[in-house]
Design a protein around this ligand. Structure first.
Ligand code: F6P
Length: 341
């Protein structure tokens, strides 16, 4: 078989582990040819690719980022590709295409599969918000990075009697905020699924300071927003990839708390540090399993589907399932996280 692989959308620890696994299984075990498209779907459309053999993927298992590069694709170009899918398949001579990506990439993958391309998707995102899989690789790493940062911030917050507002990633789903917040023992967790009341946070901090626990740690997802009328707030504009541009909730919340409490409140924006660097052992294993199963699916002709984790098993599920609904934090998970301050 001639198998194409690409990484698209935001990068994520574990992408290289998938690429390595695809090459090992396909080239070494099954005698396939693997080509890697550069910079996501743009490399596919522009015909920019290189052949990958086992030497090309030596030593990349633990490396963050993606050796193929990644990019977001403008919607117009994607539609153009779908309209010319037959010509694209002929030109590239592909028997299978394995796009590795998050919600946007899997939506594109589904459109290309519907247009006739032999696509096997592999889900990735640090946000863990793809409903068709129990977990995505990258999430465990991001939670680890955010937890470690908050452990550190807690000790300095305590020394200086400060409030720390730590903003983590999570556009529409608050999984990183929830799990890293729980792991670090944050005193407040704000997620996109549930608008927060600033008054509740003010009360929590005041109670802690009254009890001589004169510091507080609040973990806020970048997509979290205050309840209507809770504090001045306006939504960000939508960019050309269909994503909302965030307005910096960490900074805004910290300044609102400082103003209302009359105490120092410091914002810390963790940003892309959560996406960089080496993947955890868990993410390396999950990514490697996804790569292996994607090649097997290609050999079975199991197209229009993607790899998914169900319990401890890897299964194949229709790409359509991956993109209909985002996996959001349910109320009972938030209830579990809310403890005594
Ligand atoms: O989708 C993953 C994610 O990490 C989001 O949490 C975040 O909003 C987004 O990517 C930012 O990506 P970029 O800055 O690369 O556009």
């Amino acid at each position: 078989m001639r198998i194409g692989v690409l990484t698209a959308g935001g990068d994520c620890p574990g992408l290289n582990a998938v690429i390595r696994s695809v090459v090992h299984r396909a080239v070494h075990d099954r005698n396939d040819e693997v080509i890697g498209f550069e910079d996501g779907f743009t490399g596919l459309l522009d015909g920019r690719y290189r052949t990958l053999d086992t030497n090309d993927v030596a030593g990349i298992l633990a490396r963050g980022g993606t050796i193929l590069g990644s990019a977001r694709l403008e919607r117009d170009r994607l539609r153009e590709a779908c309209d010319n899918s037959e010509e694209l398949i002929d030109r590239l001579g592909l028997d299978a295409l394995i796009p590795i990506g998050g919600e946007g990439t899997l939506t594109a993958a589904r459109m290309l599969a519907d247009a006739g391309l032999p696509v096997v998707g592999v889900p990735k995102t640090i946000d863990n918000d793809i409903s068709a899989t129990d977990r995505t690789f990258g999430f465990d790493t991001a939670v680890g990075v955010a937890t470690e940062a908050m452990d550190r911030l807690k000790t300095t917050a305590e020394s200086h009697q400060r409030v720390m507002v730590v903003e983590v990633m999570g556009r529409h789903a608050g999984w990183i905020a929830l799990e890293a917040g729980m792991a670090a023992g944050a005193h407040g967790i704000c997620i996109p699924e549930r608008p927060f009341e600033v008054d509740d946070l003010v009360k929590m901090v005041e109670e802690r300071f009254a009890r001589e626990k004169k510091f507080a740690l609040i973990c806020v997802a970048e997509g979290a927003h205050p309840a209507e009328g809770s504090m001045p707030y306006e939504k960000g504009v939508i960019d050309r990839y269909g994503h909302e541009r965030f307005v910096g909730i960490g900074n805004r919340l910290a300044s609102e708390l400082e103003h209302r409490l009359g105490k120092e409140a410091k914002p810390v924006i963790l940003g892309h540090v959560q996406r960089g660097g080496t993947p955890t052992a868990y993410d390396r294993v999950l990514a490697t399993r996804f790569g292996w199963h994607a090649v097997e699916a290609a050999h079975r002709g199991d197209f229009g589907r993607m790899t998914a984790l169900r319990g401890t098993e890897i299964v194949m599920t229709p790409l359509a399932n991956a993109v209909t609904e985002l996996k959001r934090v349910p109320q009972d998970r938030m209830d579990e996280a809310e403890s005594v301050y």
